[in-house]
Design a binder for this molecule. Structure first.
Ligand code: NDP
Length: 337
């Protein structure tokens, strides 16, 4: 059983002395338990927070423990009457090939699901995050301008496509020409601006000629700097993530711009609201699942995965995702079905 163990806490980018691949024996299930074989592992930005012991909404992974993460598994052996060998489940078993579960918290995906890995992306946590943050906090109205960064990732791509379904003008922000092209040509965004361009702020301003009504915040950093002066009175900011900062070891250099930011929020009466998807919205999952299932089956929402085929590359794939080298939802194929 190969497992990624958190041995030391990273400073900056996590390395293979922090997160170490080790081989242990495959555990045996007791009465009432199942042995799960990991097929897909989801890699998500929040995992960087779990490697750190800075105060957060969730406890850090303990030193010596397996890295946490959502997985899609098949039941390999069952000592539980409700589960049979070969069945698929959504689980939270982390960066490892095999695990034991008492079945609590497992979500059944059936014997032969069409797209099992979708449960980690468009039908799972990232899709749900996009849906609730945009609709419940962003409250987009027809004709308004919605801006979202990390626009081709699982959250951003979904935010933009839902905003289009609600009749908004959607401007994406992404790293590089290929991603921007994908957002416009395949996802139906009205525009997508490359944040690595020297004149990024000017391009964003030109694309948002009526200002910005909803800024769905995924990244922070220089993207937010360019967004701030474009925000309209009564703009809404669902504060979902700040991925540009997750590997930061210190605050960015001055000058201190906090009073300018607060002044903007005050004068423009901007709503900024953070949220943590399952803490705040777990009770609304069914509503999301029903809408998303319909949109997917009608071809109204498109979904792209970035599959890492080697379990040995999990840590590299994780770091690459934080650095924008993924193109779509990052999923590791841990074992073959
Ligand atoms: P992605 O797969 O989109 O990966 C992160 C992306 O962030 C990269 O691909 C890159 O895209 C972009 N990025 C990285 N660094 C920078 C930078 N310095 N400036 C601008 N963009 C950058 O991630 P997800 O869709 O899974 O997650 C998106 C956000 O949502 C994250 O902040 C995450 O933490 C948050 N989140 C929050 C949840 C909540 O409950 N609040 C739940 C789930 C996710 P590019 O190459 O286009 O720049």
């Amino acid at each position: 059983n190969r497992q990624y163990i958190l041995e030391t806490r990273p400073k900056g980018v996590a390395n293979d002395k922090n997160v170490v691949l080790k081989t242990n024996s495959v555990p045996a299930p007791k009465d009432g338990e199942v042995l799960l074989r990991t097929i897909y592992l989801s890699l998500d930005p929040y995992m960087r927070g779990r490697m750190s012991d800075a105060e957060s909404y969730a406890d850090p992974v303990k030193i010596g423990d397996v890295m946490v993460g959502a997985t899609v598994c098949q039941v390999e052996q069952s000592n539980h009457p409700d589960y049979q060998k070969g069945e698929w489940v959504l689980a939270y078993t982390g960066w490892q090939e095999y695990s034991i579960s008492d079945t609590e918290g497992l979500m059944k995906l059936g014997k032969n699901p069409e797209n099992p890995s979708y449960a980690l992306g468009i039908m799972g946590m990232p899709g749900f995050t996009a849906y609730m943050g945009l609709l419940d906090i962003g409250e987009p109205k027809q004709g308004e301008t919605v801006v979202v960064a990390a626009a081709t990732g699982p959250v951003g791509a979904t935010v933009g496509q839902i905003a289009k379904l609600k009749g908004c003008k959607v401007v994406g922000v992404a790293g590089g020409k290929e991603k921007c092209q994908h957002a416009v040509e395949n996802l139906g965004f009205d525009a997508c601006i490359d944040h690595k361009a020297n004149d990024f702020a000017e391009q964003l301003s030109a694309a948002c000629n009526n200002g910005i009504d909803v800024y769905y915040e995924n990244v922070g950093g220089h993207v937010f700097d360019a967004v701030l002066p474009l925000l309209n009175t009564k703009a809404r900011i669902p504060l979902c993530g700040l991925v540009s900062q997750y590997n930061a070891t210190e605050l960015p250099p001055g000058p201190d711009r906090l009073s300018m930011l607060m002044g903007h929020i005050l004068k423009k009466r901007i709503k900024v609201q953070g949220f943590i998807i399952f803490d705040d919205y777990a009770h609304r999952y069914e509503e999301f699942a029903k809408d998303m299932q319909t949109w997917l089956s009608e071809g109204k929402i498109k979904y792209k995965e970035h599959l890492e085929a080697n379990f040995e590359n999990t840590l590299n794939a994780f770091n690459a995702m934080l650095n924008g080298e993924n193109f779509g939802k990052t999923v590791v194929q841990v074992q073959q079905p």
